[in-house]
Ligand binder design. Structure first.
Ligand SMILES: [Zn+2]
Length: 190
């Protein structure tokens, strides 16, 4: 994606899939949102596999339950997880979508925000390829903005205060996207 392009990425609102250039890699790790639950917040995550290294298909393999436990010493345990996110933005700004946003992806775990638990029920989870102690790329901020703008066209309720980190909704368990994520930059771009 052109890193200067922060135009909303179009969301096919009947299906919950983003239009190209977002690449679809359907994951089996999702289920229906509970009755009465709609998208109200966006949760920003970071992930790298193996930790602190970038590139390869390891993250999408994880979200597809196809991560080879033998490929790296740390994959044994991780490959047992059944997790997903709606979207992943890689370091170059390519966006992958694993779960339609109308469905519930399994990204937040035990969590709380807006005075409610089980944040998966009412959130969209976006993973940025990265780690806690390294800056994210300009292309990643631009893509994140374009995704959020696309979501806001359908759910205007997603105001600035409803874009949160995994660290905010599970503070005792999670640190991502970490202190290097520039919230001021994101809010400025939005
Ligand atoms: Zn996370």
């Amino acid at each position: 994606m052109n890193s200067l392009n922060r135009e909303p990425i179009q969301l096919e609102s009947a299906s919950g899939w983003f239009a190209p250039p977002v690449k679809r890699l359907p994951s089996p790790n999702f289920d229906a949102r509970p009755d009465g639950c709609d998208v109200e917040v966006v949760i920003v995550h970071s992930i790298s596999l193996p930790p602190r290294s970038y590139g390869g298909s390891w993250i999408s393999d994880l979200f597809s339950n196809q991560l080879d436990p033998e490929a790296h010493s740390c994959f044994q345990e991780v490959s047992q997880l059944r997790v997903s996110a709606h979207c992943l933005v890689d370091r170059a700004g390519q966006v992958f979508q694993f779960v339609p946003v109308l469905a519930r992806a399994w990204h937040a775990g035990e969590s709380e925000c807006l005075g409610r638990t089980r944040v998966n029920d009412f959130s969209v989870g976006i993973e940025l390829e990265g780690c806690d102690d390294e800056s994210f790329t300009i292309a990643q901020y631009d893509c994140l903005v374009a995704l959020i703008r696309g979501l806001r066209r359908v759910w205007p309720v997603i105001g600035p205060e409803r874009i949160l980190g995994h660290c905010d909704i599970a503070p005792n368990r999670k640190t991502d996207p970490g202190p290097c994520f520039n919230w001021r930059r994101l809010r400025g771009l939005l």
